[in-house]
Ligand binder design. Structure first.
Ligand SMILES: Cc1ncc(COP(=O)(O)O)c(C=O)c1O
Length: 173
């Protein structure tokens, strides 16, 4: 519900500046973030495609991430009065960037973290947001996103994890 409300805030902000967001990239791991963004998008009628970058190679317990999201969507739509009945095809999961496994920081995550820190002064966490940000950069580099689209990266936090990985990332604290 936090993410549903956050999409409501986003909707206000983008209406104020009169832009449409075509794509939202974010890290998806256990389902809550993705379900909240999906419900929020549909409740506030955003014309936006969600691109959830899967973080964990192995599934959550015995449920697939898609089923975890589906379960939350089924409960959430009732609470929010959303008519749409969600199907598995409404739940994209991009599994192209999870091969190293959960919590394993590769050059991809390290490079994404460094690039955003150096260019914008924004710190990603090495486990979730850096992996998702790398995925977004890869999409853009491979021109998988239409030219002229408005792309939003949703930074979901996790900054303290950077301290745990400082040695590996060769960051001096
Ligand atoms: C920083 C960060 N981003 C994204 C996620 C993914 O959220 P969810 O588990 O709701 O998919 C997590 C989960 O722990 C996280 O810590």
């Amino acid at each position: 519900m936090g993410f549903v409300n956050a999409v409501g805030e986003l909707k206000k902000q983008i209406d104020d500046i009169q832009v449409n967001i075509d794509y939202i990239f974010f890290a998806s791991s256990s389902g809550g973030t993705q379900a909240g963004l999906t419900l929020g998008r549909d409740l506030f009628e955003l014309n936006t495609e969600l691109i959830p970058i899967n973080i964990d190679k192995s599934e959550t317990e015995d449920l697939s991430l898609q089923n975890c999201v589906l379960n939350i969507l089924s409960d959430g739509r009732k609470i929010l009065g959303i008519q749409k009945k969600y199907q598995p095809e409404d739940i994209p999961i991009i599994k192209d960037y999870d091969k190293a496994g959960y919590g394993v920081v590769t050059k991809n995550e390290a490079d994404a973290l460094k690039e955003l820190a150096e260019t914008e002064g924004i710190i990603l966490d090495p486990v979730y947001t850096a992996r998702a940000f790398y995925g977004m950069l890869d999409y853009l580099r491979k021109k998988k996103i239409h030219k002229g689209s408005n792309v939003l990266f949703w930074h979901t936090g996790g900054l303290p994890a950077t301290f745990h990985y400082a040695d590996q990332l060769k960051i001096r604290m």
